[in-house]
Ligand binder design. Structure first.
Ligand code: NAP
Length: 247
């Protein structure tokens, strides 16, 4: 029996891209998935598809910028399925633009979603996991968490932050038997480039993605690998790229 089977897995940003692909993949392996995102109709439709195929899913409208909504997502998972085994903090945006354009609202949004949203996810599950002495927190960073690639400067800063706080969390959680994983993808075909509002930058990124992006199930399989290890094995970090991606 797969180690994924019957695990209760909360996924933020489950309405598209990596989150949607991962929910579909893990549910097919027997996981009970709890789907969070702002677009309720999308996660409701995904939950319907999963349950129609014989899986278990619950959709909860969630804006990760709002701490109480992330708490509500986790509480709904515990009420419905009895526990949370895995928290996948995946929601994120990438509105890159040169810093000289001072799109400060986009800087704020990236910090609020990519960093604070992850912290709210951690805060929401940590007391529950510490009490159970069991659990896994998977935070999504990026190749941009390893390299600084202008004009994605602020995005890179947020993804470096995700790696730093996840590594610190790992060290602090060793007495509590809680696993942490940093997942850092390269270019994967999703809706992520849609968050770029600067027309020139958006075109360059779209061209780059068209050249080399790989399907989202690549990410889903990496999540499965991290989750399915025995409990005394913690996959701390996975960095993967399309074979064709040089950067
Ligand atoms: N695709 C790549 O090449 C790539 C590479 C490295 C890292 N990543 C990271 O992977 C993660 C997932 O991105 P993706 O590629 O799957 O892009 P995507 O298709 O645009 O999905 C982003 C998800 O985040 C959700 N989201 C955005 N703002 C949110 C908010 N305030 N509250 C709750 N959910 C929110 C979106 O849902 P709603 O709009 O419905 O809320 C959507 O489900 C991100 O953290 C991204 O930085 C992606």
């Amino acid at each position: 029996m797969s180690q994924v089977n019957q695990k209760v897995i909360v996924i933020t940003g489950a309405s598209s891209g990596l989150g949607e692909a991962t929910a579909t993949h893990l549910a097919a392996l027997g996981a009970k998935v709890v789907l969070g995102a702002r677009r309720l109709e999308r996660i409701n439709a995904l939950a319907d598809r999963i349950t129609t195929s014989g899986g278990s899913a619950l959709a909860v409208q969630t804006d990760v910028k709002v701490r109480s909504e992330v708490e509500n997502l986790v509480n709904a998972a515990i009420d419905h399925f009895g526990r949370v085994d895995v928290m996948l903090n995946n929601a994120g945006i990438m509105p890159q633009a040169p810093m000289a354009h001072t799109r400060v609202e986009e800087w704020d949004q990236q910090i609020d979603i990519n960093i604070k949203g992850v912290l709210y996810g951690i805060a929401a599950v940590l007391p529950h996991m510490i009490e159970r002495r069991s659990g896994q927190i998977i935070n999504v960073s990026s190749v941009a968490g390893h390299k600084v690639i202008p004009p994605a400067t602020v995005y890179c800063a947020t993804k470096h932050a995700v790696r730093a706080l996840t590594e610190g969390l790992r060290m602090e959680m060793t007495p509590h038997n809680i696993r942490t994983t940093i997942l850092s993808p390269g270019a994967v075909a999703t809706e992520l480039p849609d968050s770029i509002k600067d027309a020139d930058v958006a075109k360059g990124i779209r061209d780059f993605y068209e050249q080399c992006a790989i399907p989202a199930d690549s990410f889903a399989r990496a999540v499965e690998f991290a989750i399915s290890q025995p409990e005394d094995v913690d996959i701390n970090e996975i960095l993967f790229r399309p074979t064709a991606q040089e950067l």
